[in-house]
Design a protein around this ligand. Sequence first.
Ligand code: TXA
Ligand code: MG
Length: 308
Amino acid sequence: MIERAGHAIRQGELVIFPTETVYGIGAAAHNPSAVAKLYAAKNRPQFNPLIVHCASEDAAFSLVKITKLAQQLADAFWPGPMSIVLTSIKNSPICSLARAGLDSVALRVPANPVCQELLLCAGTPVVAPSANPSGRLSPTDVAHIDIELIAKCAEIIDAGKCKAGIESTIIDARNKIPVILRPGPITNSQIEDHLGTKCVYASSVPTHTSIAPIAPGQLASHYAPIAPLRMNASRKQDGEIFIGFNTPYADFHLTKTGNLEEAAAHLFDVLHLADKQNPLAIAVAPIPNIGVGEAINERLKRAAAPRN
Ligand code: TXA
Ligand code: MG
């Protein structure tokens, strides 16, 4: 199965596969027609660059200009749910379409063993956005994946639910200070504890705000369910589905104990389930904005944003 999927990627086909964060839809990163097929399948704007997934740190770092910061981050958090943005080498094997024409590239070395094996079988770096139509909820289970998207793929590998449940933390590591482009399972305090340096957010760095949209954050409505979403809800209103966080009564619970990692792992599953019931709106209880709670709130904010 995994071998067949690796072969399909080499042949320029699309494959859906698990990672420790969310399910991805992958294509060979060096093949512009495969990458074009991937953008088209997701209906993703071609100005939104893709993350390049590699089997090892060495394979990833052979594609970029390495910095001391990137080396420190990779040593601590790879393989794992972290992507780092670095300056691409000239004549990179990664096609320019995959990078949306930027001179930088986002790299990730995933830890999920099925994903690791697939990358080894494919024998090439694989670009993989989340396996959902652009702007919709990410899938953390094969049951969440859009049937029309599946139909556009040669293979789909089912390995059950994804462990972390939200997309990788994206860090710009081109300079000395880590710039968080997207919060994720690796939290700011984990990064700061390891480096002994404060992280900054992309929104507070002028050079980053001027070259939007290079991070998912710049596309206001993202990860959206079909139903409108209301955050920080203390109770359910008529016609709403209520998603609880450490709340005694709820239609669905992110966690009954206030465990943020558990809430992150359940987030997209619960949003998919709530949305399936066709409610007037989805109301979500307040989530503490600490640790991985920051990433959860960022995803919810985007899901609650006015639709394009
Ligand atoms: O956990 C994940 O990262 C998942 C799994 C499948 O690996 N992938 C994922 O991909 O979330 P996607 O395409 O949904 O989100 C990747 C984001 C894009 O929105 C893009 O803005 C950002 O990464 N990105 C990619 N290349 C970049 C670059 N050179 N500079 C800044 N941001 C970049
Ligand atoms: Mg996505």
